[in-house]
Design a protein around this ligand. Structure first.
Ligand code: SAH
Length: 398
């Protein structure tokens, strides 16, 4: 089957051959007449040779999202159904489906060769994001197939991100199929019971990318006085308490998130004076604690994305450095710092440098005892390293 040809400039062919899934508008030489926004196009080189196939959208800076490098693979219902089934199967084969009461990311967009599609499962419910026009058109099929594959009770849409605007689509959210999810879905994260609001919560409701790190952090927490900064709904707080922390202080600027955090702590049997929640701006709160001489045996720092674009890199790096310096100043000897960055534009190496400069300036001797990344249900194609955004370090002070 042939689709409208999209010829790309010679010096941009390599990236397509290397299976990078994005083609920027500036890389395109010409597009055959008749290709409408959202259509499938055949990407061809200077000599007309077939290179790949993708969704076209002239309104987007990323004008083509490639999904195939095999000419025999025709885009049809069976192909999309197969990709969804494969995404689920690959996760199950590495133990990344936590079972019917758990939550995980079933589809991670380009990393599953399903551009612009995110599917998260929270216990019996699926939450979808459709962020690329060509994928948005496949909504009915994708939702029906994913429901069938997972046996989910209902499907909800959270296509309310900036990415939609870049594709010339409006934001949308609401029911897609089956039962409507309850106001809060209870999920089981390796024994932690957590409430998730898929209607209003961040992302699709919860930070599934941190699941493995939350679970892994438990082993470090016994007997420690813990400070969880940017706690959102208290995922790391519940983990710390489950791991045997003697106290957990959780800080976030979002009141609704903190209210859920309070209920999540209670739901797991952690209430009372040892477990406090603080509605505050983290940097100000850290400064105040430093000045008052408050100290902790473990600090978790999981800030929002400080670097949204290249222009913000320096400013963002400074912000990471500042909060890391403050956090280090609160650590007791032998204390642990779990520090994260979810800014894709800040690589692991740069992040480590920033954290090092925080330690140098605060006169602290810190050593790395662990390196963390996004959970395996958020895989990163080697041809598309940009899918890797979350990195973290576990540091121990002397
Ligand atoms: N660690 C969490 C996810 C953190 S997301 C988890 O595992 O679920 C980042 C959080 O930072 C959000 O909850 C957001 O409300 C909060 N936040 C953003 N800016 C903040 C600020 N200046 N002070 C306090 N909290 C902030």
């Amino acid at each position: 089957m042939n689709f409208a040809a999209c010829r790309i400039k010679r010096d941009r062919e390599k990236s397509v051959r290397n299976r990078h899934p994005w083609i920027y508008s500036g890389a395109i030489q010409e597009v055959e007449a008749g290709a409408a926004p959202g259509d499938v196009v055949d990407v061809v080189g200077q000599e007309g040779e077939w290179l790949g196939r993708g969704f076209y959208n002239p309104a987007s800076e990323i004008a083509v999202h490639l999904f195939s490098w095999d000419r025999a693979e025709t885009p049809c219902d069976a192909l999309w159904a197969g990709r969804l089934a494969r995404a689920l199967e690959l996760r199950r084969s590495i133990g990344a489906d936590p079972g019917p009461d758990g939550a995980f990311r079933m589809v991670h967009s380009d990393s599953d060769l399903l551009p612009g599609l995110v599917v998260d499962r929270y216990a019996g419910f699926l939450v979808f994001q459709f962020l690329v026009l060509g994928m948005d058109r496949l909504k009915d099929l994708v939702v029906a197939e994913a429901m069938k594959l997972t046996g989910a009770k209902g499907a909800w849409e959270r296509s309310d991100t900036d990415a939609r605007g870049k594709e010339g689509m409006g934001r949308t959210h609401g029911p897609l199929a089956g039962e409507e999810p309850p106001v809060e879905i209870e999920i089981d994260e390796a024994g932690a019971r957590l409430l998730v609001d898929v209607r209003n919560g961040h992302k699709t409701g919860f930070y599934l990318d941190q699941a493995k790190n939350r679970i892994g952090s438990r082993a470090f927490m016994r007997g420690r006085k813990v400070l969880n900064c940017f706690c959102y709904t208290g995922g790391f707080s519940v983990s710390a308490a489950m791991g045997g922390a003697v106290s957990v202080t959780s800080v976030d600027s979002s009141r609704p998130a903190l209210e859920t955090a309070a209920r999540n702590m209670e739901l797991n049997g952690f209430s009372g004076e040892a477990f406090t929640l603080v509605n505050a701006d983290v940097p100000s709160c850290l400064r105040r604690m430093r000045d008052e001489g408050v100290r902790f045996d473990a600090v978790i720092l999981d800030p929002p994305r400080y670097v949204a674009n290249r222009d913000a890199l320096q400013r963002g790096a400074r912000a990471y450095k500042d909060i890391n310096m403050l956090a280090m100043s609160l650590l007791e000897p032998g204390g642990l710092l779990f520090t994260f960055s979810c800014s894709g534009l800040m690589g692991e190496e740069l992040f480590q440098k920033v954290v090092f400069s925080a330690s140098a300036d605060s006169g602290r001797n810190m050593r790395i005892v662990g390196r963390l990344a996004q959970a395996p249900d958020h895989p990163v194609l080697l041809s598309y390293p940009q899918a890797g955004y979350l990195k973290g370090l576990i540091l121990q002070g002397k």
